[in-house]
Design a protein around this ligand. Structure first.
Ligand code: PLP
Ligand code: COI
Length: 361
């Protein structure tokens, strides 16, 4: 292991039979591996030695800054099983850069890109037995950082913990094969210009939960957010970016205007689709346009994408006085084609001209 990280073996690893049972049907976010990586930052020491140790609860002071002012950021990435039984990451440098950008926005110290990637690799090496087999999922990695100083004044904290945990993951949506249903909230927005929409901070998700609950009450899988100013332009889902496919074979996706998360899957799909000769436009798309394009047949598919969800077709969009059905409510072929192309690169089964695939072990 990288000498910057100390390894403390756990006395009670998960029994192999239990691990196998979990890996056979991992679901999403419910089971966790044996270890976590922890590093501490103070203004005096900078990032001190990291430790990979048994995953366990933290003891934190009731005045811990994150509990009051939500100075917290996270990343979502995955390790994939390769055909030779090894492990690989996908564009980890992009996650490292976004983590640094989120840190800057939330007035937190940045984890240098190289340190972030080495920390992720250190945990994956230790947890390689936790990678589901190809076709059964991947190992979801959740790097996060929070303000750990006990202090109630409102200012950037003087102490932080950078932690990585891992969780074997299968499909994010239970009913994905049927096409996702989305709920357009007219009561809530996710992000406003000048706010934190482009940062991956916990507060963005807390603020979206009431809208997601509204979606669930309406029987929908996910909330679709519109822009905060005109309440008209499609932004993104609670935890995914969105793409549109038109009858001329072209694609469109909302631009990175500062209020949506710059998804790494979004960026990868733009590159893959252009590589297949498709035109991809990053342009604003209005919800009323979505309705009329679906009715006229100009819009043939829509899909959501993200690390957890990969690529998932959208079958329906509903809201107050709104009901849109896309491609008869069924998953579309372009989403399936792009998903397969991406997943093949994840597992190292396809040529990788962009250098996205990173073998770890
Ligand atoms: N948008 C939001 C709000 C997200 O939480 C995510 C997931 O991370 C995405 C988009 C997709 O980003 P990525 O493809 O980097 O996972
Ligand atoms: C991801 O796709 O990694 C996400 O963070 C989305 C969601 C699970 C929060």
């Amino acid at each position: 292991m990288d000498p910057r990280f100390r390894f403390e073996p756990t006395a009670v690893p998960m029994p192999e039979a239990t691990r196998r049972e979990i890996l056979a049907a991992p679901g999403f976010g419910k089971a966790f591996t044996d270890y976590m990586l922890v590093m501490r930052h103070t203004a005096q020491t900078g990032w001190a030695e990291g430790v990979v140790r048994a995953r366990a609860p933290f003891q934190i002071d009731p005045a811990c800054a994150v509990l009051h002012y939500a100075q917290e950021i996270f990343e979502g990435m995955k390790a994939y099983r390769t055909p030779d039984g090894g492990a690989a990451l996908f564009r980890s440098g992009a996650n490292a850069r976004r983590f640094a950008d989120s840190a800057e926005r939330m007035a937190m110290p940045q984890v240098p890109e190289e340190l972030f990637r080495s920390a992720v690799c250190a945990l994956v090496e230790v947890e390689r037995d936790w990678l589901p087999d190809i076709g059964q999922g991947s190992l979801y990695l959740r790097p996060f950082m929070f303000a750990s100083e006990a202090f109630l004044g409102v200012r950037p904290a003087a102490e932080y913990l950078f932690v990585i945990i891992a969780s074997p993951a299968g499909a994010y949506f239970k009913r994905e094969a049927a096409g996702l249903s989305l709920w357009v909230s007219d009561s809530y927005i996710r992000a406003a210009p000048g706010g934190t929409g482009a940062a991956k901070c916990g507060g963005n998700y807390a603020g979206g939960l009431a809208a997601q609950a509204e979606a669930a009450r309406a029987g929908c899988d996910q909330v679709l957010f519109l822009d905060a100013v005109e309440r008209r332009w499609v932004e993104e889902l609670g935890g995914m970016n969105v793409f549109f496919v038109f009858d001329d074979g072209s694609l469109a996706t909302p631009p990175l205007s500062g209020t949506i998360l710059p998804g790494i899957t979004r960026d990868s799909l733009i590159t893959l689709a252009r590589g297949c000769g498709r035109e991809v436009r990053e342009e604003p798309y209005a919800i009323d346009q979505w309705r009329s394009d679906a009715q006229s047949g100009r819009l043939v598919e829509a899909f959501a994408c993200g690390t957890a969800a990969v690529v998932a077709s959208i079958g329906q969009v509903r809201g107050a006085g709104l009901e849109i059905t896309i491609s008869g409510g069924r998953p579309g072929p372009v989403a399936a084609e792009l998903r397969a192309a991406l997943v093949d690169i994840h597992h190292g089964r396809a040529p990788d001209p962009h250098g996205w695939f990173e073998k770890v072990s």
